[in-house]
Design a protein around this ligand. Structure first.
Ligand SMILES: *[C@@H]1O[C@H](CO)[C@@H](O)[C@H](O)[C@H]1NC(C)=O
Ligand SMILES: *[C@@H]1O[C@H](CO)[C@@H](O)[C@H](O)[C@H]1NC(C)=O
Length: 541
């Protein structure tokens, strides 16, 4: 996402002279040059981690996993990619973190500490907070940051600093969602002292948002689902309910409010047009960067059970607003959250979430599946409830390819398998791109010559076929000559890429290797190897 906004990247406040990090190079340029030592492998991949003093967060558990995994891996270039990619979010994107711990010391009189700020409509920054930039832009995307942290979730139960980092990320995302639930990307929290990224495109958005709080306000249903996912994974791994604060419940209310508003059709019972609560217009010559019909987007039918999304996880506008992958994801995450709330004596709220989740799921089964002449019954990418549908897939998560990864279907679900055949073929998916040097799914965001490595990683994680898995992993390896995973690469000339510093893609690569280490260790560690999980790392210490 957001590659088009690259030129907006702004630097933050000058570090005080005493800050030992003042001399650290900007990772944006650091990531574009090769650093020693190179591997002795075929690709001679560079070591791209910043110097220890320049890393934005460190975790002994993460270092242990890097040692364990890279020492077992047979392919030294793949091992180097893991070594660079797994810690990339910690190394480079934790722009601000406070642990919020002094607040809990009730023996001392209450005083204003740097961890206690209340800004009303600009957020209530109490407790642990974590501001996590996407990479080359000094802003936090809800979706990206959840995915950036995903690889560390399993370690959070064992490493208290990681646990606090993720707890902080939940708290920070909750503030963003309470204040601006329709927005996708956010400025640094005020107490961080980091300057807001400037030069925003001057969008006309309703409900209006404060540009010193919000970086971009594209309404993407999957952002809300990703907020729930961050908390659900945290609970699943730590069994901690520390995130269930009054602010968290306010964020849930905010989400439910958006869902209610965005489940309504474009016409009321009398057939009168109902103006949508959310509108977005940008001055642009790129069709996917703004919404048609005065900022509302194309019409939808009411009562389908589906929820509208104005934009996709690529940050491109939807063509038909019922975007199926995000509907699938939110139905899964609402159910998981309902489970937590049931265990926490919040039965009524839990029931409300379960009911929405089931309604959405039924909506997908009824309106989201279409008959294709060549592939049979398949999931549509987008529908409008009137019968129109878009058949394609885009590399960004959530995607149709990722449906089993999201937990919406089993990988052997016949409709998913039909869909998979369709979206991994040029005859079924206009955005499946094949070239001399790379192939995979791309999307309108970068265009018809660029496929995204992330799609090959998801292809590997959703496959049981060793050949398909290794073809995918090797294609990604060979397109990552800077030692990091790109956003997209030109399928005919893979040296032409977008984004050298894209933390989300690095995180998905590391997750894929860890998935294989557990599920198919012979593929990454060699024949006869034992399965490895990250908890092996911390339990042996
Ligand atoms: C949904 O539409 C109905 C009219 O059809 C309206 O009464 C109701 O307020 C709308 N709900 C929301 C949350 O916008
Ligand atoms: C496994 O994947 C390879 C490469 O994509 C393909 O040629 C082969 O037919 C697949 N095998 C099965 C059993 O599907």
């Amino acid at each position: 996402m957001a590659m088009l906004l690259l030129f907006l990247a702004a630097t933050t406040v000058a570090a005080p002279l005493t800050d030992p990090r003042a001399a650290c190079p900007k990772y944006q340029s650091y990531s574009q040059t090769l650093h020693q030592p190179l591997t002795k492998g075929e690709l001679q991949l560079p070591f791209q981690r910043p110097a220890p003093i320049c890393r934005t967060f460190t975790s002994p558990a993460v270092e242990q996993v890097i040692k364990d995994v890279t020492s077992r891996m047979k392919d030294v270039d793949l091992a180097r990619l893991f070594e660079n990619a797994f810690p990339n979010t910690l190394d480079t994107t934790i722009s601000w973190h406070v642990d919020g711990l002094e607040k809990k010391d009730t023996t001392k009189p209450v005083r204003k500490t740097p961890n206690q700020y209340f800004f009303g409509s600009r957020g209530n920054w109490n407790g642990a907070q974590s501001f996590i930039v996407t990479g080359d832009i000094t802003a936090e995307w809800i979706r990206d940051s959840t995915n950036q942290l995903q690889g560390y979730q399993a370690l959070a139960a064992k490493d208290p600093t990681l646990k606090n980092l993720i707890l902080g990320a939940i708290n920070t995302q909750a503030e963003y969602i309470i204040v601006a639930p329709y927005c996708n990307a956010f400025q640094p929290p005020f107490p961080s002292g980091l300057g807001a990224a400037t030069g925003g495109p001057g969008d006309t958005v309703y409900p209006a948002s404060d540009p010193s709080f919000v970086f971009e306000c594209k309404y993407e249903l999957d952002s809300l689902a990703h907020f729930l996912k961050l908390a659900n994974e945290f609970y699943g791994n730590t069994k901690s309910v520390e995130f269930l604060t009054p602010r968290f419940y306010s964020a849930i209310r905010s989400i439910l409010n958006v869902i209610k508003q965005q489940s309504n059709g474009s016409f009321d019972e009398q057939g009168h047009h109902v103006v949508n609560k959310y509108r977005f217009q940008r001055q642009t010559n790129t069709g996917t960067e703004t919404l048609s019909l005065n900022g509302i987007g194309n019409p939808i039918k009411g009562g389908t059970g589906l929820i509208r999304s104005a934009f996709r996880p690529s940050d491109d506008a939807t063509i038909l607003p019922f975007f199926i992958p995000a509907n699938a994801m939110i139905s899964v995450e609402l159910k998981r959250m309902a489970n937590i709330l049931t265990n926490s004596e919040k039965k009524e709220l839990a029931n409300e979430l379960t009911e929405i989740a089931e309604t959405v799921e039924q909506g997908i089964r009824k309106h989201g599946i279409v008959k294709h002449e060549e592939f049979g019954d398949v999931y549509a990418f987008e529908v409008d409830g009137y019968g129109s549908h878009i058949l394609m897939d885009d590399a960004n998560l959530p995607s149709l390819l990722s449906l089993p990864h999201l937990g919406f279907v089993q990988a052997d679900d016949p409709i998913y398998q039909n869909t998979r055949k369709m979206i991994l073929s040029q005859s079924g998916n206009p955005y499946y791109l094949e070239g001399r040097e790379f192939s995979g799914i791309g999307g309108p965001h970068i265009g018809l010559r660029h496929a995204w490595p992330m799609s090959r990683l998801v292809q590997a994680m959703t496959s049981d076929n060793d050949t398909e898995i290794m073809n995918s992993i090797m294609a990604v390896r060979d397109s990552s000559k800077l030692g990091l995973i790109h956003e997209s690469v030109n399928v005919h000339f893979s040296a032409a890429y977008t984004r050298s510093w894209f933390a989300w893609a690095n995180s998905v690569f590391a997750q894929t290797i860890l998935d294989l280490a557990k599920r198919k260790p012979h593929l990454v560690f060699g024949m006869g190897s034992e399965p490895y999980t990250v908890l092996d790392a911390v339990s042996s210490r």
